[in-house]
Design a binder for this molecule. Structure first.
Ligand code: ZN
Length: 155
């Protein structure tokens, strides 16, 4: 199977069967992010147990890339510390800036799992924002959750 079509299958699978979708309680922070250039939206909640991401729940609408990205991100960050999740987010950012460089995708494959399927998106600057929206929302929500009096580390 062609790599490109395998990547597309992974994205479509996450889009059609999103992992962890739906808004759940409890949560310490909820954010709403939009990508106006494409019309994508996501509402995302973070539930921390100490510094560990116990749950990320979300609702969203928009293109398949934006919605599949949230689902792939969900798989990557549950059970990780906020610090680890932010590191993974930086790796995903690197992938999105790789302009389709296959070597970069190969190096990040083990860490990014299904999210490496978005490598092809990096060739299309207009779509990069679609893929990054979920990670921006997670970063925002995690920062708020950590500073929330009801959750996060002993702040
Ligand atoms: Zn989009």
């Amino acid at each position: 199977m062609q790599l490109q079509s395998m990547y597309q299958d992974i994205i479509l699978d996450h889009y059609r069967n999103p992992h962890g979708r739906g808004l759940r309680d409890p949560f310490q922070a909820e954010v709403h992010h939009v990508n106006p250039t494409c019309g994508d939206e996501v509402t995302l909640r973070v539930n921390l147990d100490g510094e560990t991401i116990a749950d990320v729940s979300y609702e969203g609408m928009g293109c398949s890339i934006s919605q599949a990205s949230v689902s792939a991100m969900y798989d990557l960050v549950i059970g990780k510390s906020v610090t680890e999740a932010m590191h993974t987010g930086e790796q995903f950012m690197t992938l999105m800036q790789s302009k389709g460089n296959a070597t970069v995708a190969e190096e990040l494959e083990d860490d990014l799992e299904d999210a490496v399927a978005f490598a092809g998106v990096s060739k299309y600057p207009a779509r990069v924002k679609c893929a990054l929206m979920s990670w921006m929302a997670l970063k925002d929500a995690s920062a708020r959750a950590l500073s929330s009096p009801t959750g996060g580390a002993d702040a």
